[in-house]
Design a protein around this ligand. Structure first.
Ligand code: HMG
Length: 450
């Protein structure tokens, strides 16, 4: 197990930026949209949607999370070798978002201070940041001058007004410090992957909002997650990282499971699917059978419709079973706490899940975290990391308090911001990066407002 040594590479620290504005989903929004608030709060799992102000975009949010990370970890620009940005909220078809981010950071650290740092943008819907992390970790492992790497996720999740995706929107950025001998998590470098061409969610060039086939996207997520989990399990066993005895299963060796969080209920669906799949052939299977009876077998049904109905009924009962709920509460539930207050932040949402776990629960040295990243289109990557001895020494981020201190906005202001029709910021920028103007060529000018 890579713990506390120079060969270990992983996440040393992370920082989260969330806009100061939010719209509660129960109230003006649910009434105006004619949706029962119970559906939004319980059925979808989101209470508040984070909304970027008029001076914010994916680049300012990325710069804010990076600035906070640099201050927390006392990083100097010269010590950073690469900044990889995962985003699907690109501001330019050619120019890398990281160059805007570096431009902003140089307003604090001095012109030219990031000159030797390279930056590239990763696009693969919500999984872009995870592919960036995987690539960067290999670079860090080979780096010989003591430089560190940064991965930033930054997105504004935007669907058409009044669409069924609207109430899953959110915005935010997460910056990860990736280095040798990390204090928080050492990557085991075991990646299980799954890729398939799908039309579940995409945003053709020129569109400002995503096109989504909602129910289909849920199914793509589940299929891809299961495929990537199987790929991960086989590799982990081949590599000798996980060695199950008879009756044991892979999730017995996982202490916390973190999934991509488009909305918190999706994490429940994913957990139920993965535990159910993994528990087959294990000793958990007989306990589940005692509680729920045998699961439906397609070969025993002549009528496909009847089999599908029996399967749906079994899946519903499984998700409410004592056995599953115990595992869910112990290993998954707390990862979605912040997403309830923020919504989908696309490619950063799985790392928002990590922040949520760190701020709401104590993790212990030697524990294994397993990440299930998903990106529409579609790909999934399942990988693992081991909690390091020094994890407890990394200061918390006070995110619960920061989320409570945000400003509630009206439905009217939210709609104006959504449509890009708000001329002035709702809250004037203060101690933050702000988009000052976009010039006649389309170049974006940013400033740091004291
Ligand atoms: P929908 O039609 O709004 O919701 O679609 P629904 O009718 O399926 O209901 C959802 C749940 O609410 C159900 O629970 C209902 O019963 C329950 P379940 O039966 O499954 O347990 N419900 C209620 N509960 C309490 N009180 C009530 C009530 N009424 C109903 N009164 C959907 C939901 C997610 C499809 C939609 O919001 C959508 O299209 N969202 C955008 C796409 C999305 O998030 N997809 C997720 C998978 S794809 C992904 O994760 C990638 C992504 O992040 C992008 C990327 O990769 O870049 C999106």
């Amino acid at each position: 197990m890579p713990a506390g040594n120079d060969r270990a590479v992983g996440i040393d620290d992370l920082s989260v930026y969330v806009p100061r504005l939010f719209l509660p989903l129960a109230g003006e929004f649910s009434t105006n949209r004619g949706i029962d608030p119970g559906k939004l709060i319980k059925g979808i799992g989101i209470e508040r949607m984070a909304v970027p102000d008029a001076h914010e975009d994916a680049a300012t949010m990325a710069a804010m999370s990076l600035l906070d990370l640099m201050r927390r970890a006392r990083l100097r620009p010269e010590g950073i070798g690469k900044i990889y940005v995962g985003t699907e909220s690109a501001l330019d078809e050619a120019k890398a978002m990281g160059t805007y981010v570096i431009g902003m950071l140089e307003k604090i650290y001095g012109k030219g201070s990031f000159q030797e740092c390279s930056t590239v943008e990763f696009k693969a819907a919500c999984i872009g940041t995870t592919f960036a992390l995987e690539s960067l970790s290999y670079w860090v492992a080979l780096e010989e001058e003591g430089k560190v790497g940064i991965v930033i996720a930054s997105d504004v999740a935007r669907y058409p007004l009044r669409s069924s995706g609207e109430y899953t929107q959110g915005a935010g950025s997460v910056a990860l410090l990736v280095k040798k001998n990390p204090r928080l998590l050492a990557l085991e470098q075991i990646y299980g992957s799954f890729t398939r061409d799908e039309n579940d969610f995409f945003r053709p060039v020129g569109c400002t909002t995503a096109i989504v086939n909602g129910k289909h996207s849920n199914q793509c997520y589940l299929d891809a997650m299961q495929g990537a989990f199987d790929s991960f399990a086989a590799k982990a066993v081949r590599k000798g990282a996980i060695t199950p005895d008879a009756g044991e299963c892979i999730t017995d060796f996982i202490d916390h499971l973190l999934f991509h969080i488009p909305y918190p209920r999706m994490v429940e669906y994913a957990s139920a699917a993965i535990f159910r799949h993994d528990w087959r052939q294990s000793r958990n299977c007989s306990e589940i059978e005692q509680e729920l009876g045998r699961e439906p077998n397609a070969r025993e049904y002549e009528d496909l419709g009847k089999y599908q109905a029996a399967e749906a009924d079994y899946a519903r009962r499984f998700a409410k079973s004592k056995h599953f709920l115990q595992a869910f509460v112990a290993k998954v539930r707390n990862t979605a706490t912040f997403s309830r207050q923020i919504g989908n932040i696309y490619t950063g949402s799985i790392y928002l899940g990590l922040a949520s776990l760190l701020e709401t629960e104590k993790i212990h040295a030697g524990e294994r975290l397993c990440f299930g990243a998903y990106g529409s289109g579609c790909s999934a990557l399942v990988f693992s990391a081991i909690v390091q001895q020094q994890a407890g020494s990394v200061p918390l981020r006070g995110l619960v308090k920061r989320l409570q201190e945000r400003r509630q906005i009206s439905l009217q202001d939210y709609e104006k911001l959504h449509e890009g029709k708000m001329e002035k910021s709702v809250v004037m920028p203060c101690k933050e990066f702000a988009l000052a103007r976009i010039d006649h060529q389309g170049y974006r000018h940013y400033e740091y407002v004291e």
